[in-house]
Design a protein around this ligand. Structure first.
Ligand code: HEM
Length: 454
């Protein structure tokens, strides 16, 4: 959408148009809507006011941006002006000052340090663990059984990230701790990020106590992984090994325990939950679309001929990969990306003041009717729009997801391994509903019945 600027005749000054957005009653209605059920209200705001919308959230100015060119400006071209408001996120949430939330030079150094663990060749070597963990999971399944495939995928991707990046395994009690902490923390962290200064986070209220009890339980696991590795002094060239071996160039000192904890916690959480959601949504779509499921199975049979997949098979599983990409479009697990402008900026026709929060929703971009033909339908063979920033499941620019190749390979190998052995049928009448916590999750899980592959 373009709004012409006001020009004063014979004057060098122009008055930029005001940011469009709700006012009066409409604004009050929107405040409640955004708090209780943000996604449909963001979608409505975009449909009503266009690709740059001023939103009412607390006392801060917040702007929703859904024009791919402006998204490119924020995440890539002028990314240094758009921070993650690191300190506030760190102070209030679980991941602390790890890669996801850190900023500036410090972030750059930590990202350089972690990068080798995600190098293409290193990731390729993880394929074996990904398939092995899937085979172990399948050993506990039986035909005719009903299960929550969303929770199964959570446990599986958690085991995979722990083995590949920490060279460790979790026991049953630890798996249960994570399974109970994650939904709670994901649900209760978003409001803490949106209103970081609210007094209510500092009061001794029961839900604050529950929140920090879950964080403490996760901390215990992370500190156990770190302590164990220190004790055995094993020289694993995985992510935890890289973090432990890192030395400050000037002082020669290693990372503090707190920083190690923050980095490890970030990867532990970011490295499993999003991929598990991607897979959960994939099983929903495959359950709904018998023809797509059949084509995936045919491809898997042709490429693998009954043997287990390896990393080398991934490029040949091209239709499976297209299905995964289309699931990422329809159900992007990272459905919202937030930044804060540190200085005034020009965003297309509009003036943006320093301090403004910017919201970019991959979900909205992926469903934008001007960018995609028939955006709500599932079509793995649909052409991509010309603008690269219309499809952003892993973000973009310097802060693009460090684990994107890891996740794509993992999803392909898991899907190929499972579909060879089982047909998953959605349990009729089990509600499938979007939950917009930090990530986009199936609110009531995904119940399926296992049957022999046909
Ligand atoms: C389908 C799976 C995944 C999705 C959809 C996803 C999505 C994203 C997105 C959108 C961002 C950028 C956030 C922003 O710009 O504010 C991000 C960052 C990040 N992701 Fe992922 N991710 C996935 C899997 C993974 C995996 C498997 C790992 C690690 C093993 C991982 C680790 C991270 C980290 C550490 C960052 C922060 C990077 C930085 O700022 O330098 N993610 N992810």
């Amino acid at each position: 959408m373009s709004h012409s600027q006001l020009t004063i005749p014979n004057s060098p000054f122009t008055i930029p148009p005001a940011l469009p957005g709700p006012n009066g009653w409409e604004m009050l209605r929107m405040v409640r809507g955004l708090r209780d059920n943000p996604l449909p209200h963001l979608q409505q705001a975009q449909q009503q006011y266009g690709d740059v919308v001023r939103l009412p959230v607390g006392r801060r100015q917040m702007v929703l941006v859904s024009d791919p060119e402006l998204v490119k400006h924020i995440l890539q071209d002028n990314n240094r002006n758009y921070t993650k408001r690191g300190e506030q996120i760190q102070a209030k949430t679980v991941v602390g000052n790890g890669l996801l939330a850190s900023e500036g030079e410090f972030w750059r150094r930590q990202r350089r340090l972690a990068q080798p663990a995600f190098h293409r060749q290193r990731i390729a070597a993880f394929g074996e663990v990904m398939v092995d963990e899937t085979v172990q999971l399948l050993a506990g399944w039986q035909h005719g059984r009903q299960l929550d495939i969303a929770q199964e995928m959570m446990n599986l991707t958690l085991s995979i990230v722990t083995r590949t990046l920490f060279s460790a395994t979790l026991d049953t009690a630890e798996m249960a701790t994570v399974a109970s902490a994650m939904p709670y923390l994901l649900r209760h962290t978003r409001p803490r990020i949106v209103r970081p200064r609210a007094l209510r986070w500092r009061l001794p209220l029961p839900n604050n106590r529950t929140y920090w009890r879950h964080v403490a339980a996760l901390d215990e696991i992370i500190y156990r992984l770190i302590a164990e590795r220190r004790r055995t002094a094993a020289d694993h060239p995985d992510l935890l090994g890289l973090l432990l071996a890192a030395r400050d160039e000037e002082t020669g000192e290693g990372m503090s325990d707190q920083q190690l904890r923050d980095e490890a916690m970030t990867i532990f959480l970011a490295g499993h939950e999003t991929t598990a959601n991607l897979l959960a949504w994939a099983w929903v779509v495959l359950g709904q679309q018998a023809a797509v499921r059949q084509r995936v199975r045919e491809e898997v049979t042709t490429v693998l001929g009954g043997r287990l997949p390896t990393t080398a098979d991934v490029p040949a599983l091209s239709y499976t990969n297209q299905v995964i990409q289309e699931v990422l479009r329809l159900y992007p697990p990272a459905w919202i990306i937030m930044r804060t402008a540190t200085a005034d900026d020009q965003l297309g026709d509009y003036h943006l003041s320093a301090g403004t929060s910017v919201l970019i929703s991959p979900y909205l971009l992926h469903h934008h009717p001007h960018l995609w033909h028939n955006p709500t339908s599932f079509d793995p063979e649909r052409p991509r729009p010309a603008h690269k920033f219309a499809f952003l499941p892993f973000g973009a620019g310097p802060r693009i997801c460090i684990g994107n190749q890891f996740a794509l390979m993992e999803a392909t190998l898991i899907m190929a391994t499972i579909i060879q052995q089982y047909d998953l049928h959605l349990v009729p009448n089990h509600p499938i509903e979007l939950e917009t916590a930090i990530t986009l999750r199936p609110k009531h899980g995904v119940r399926v019945v296992l049957s022999a592959e046909c």
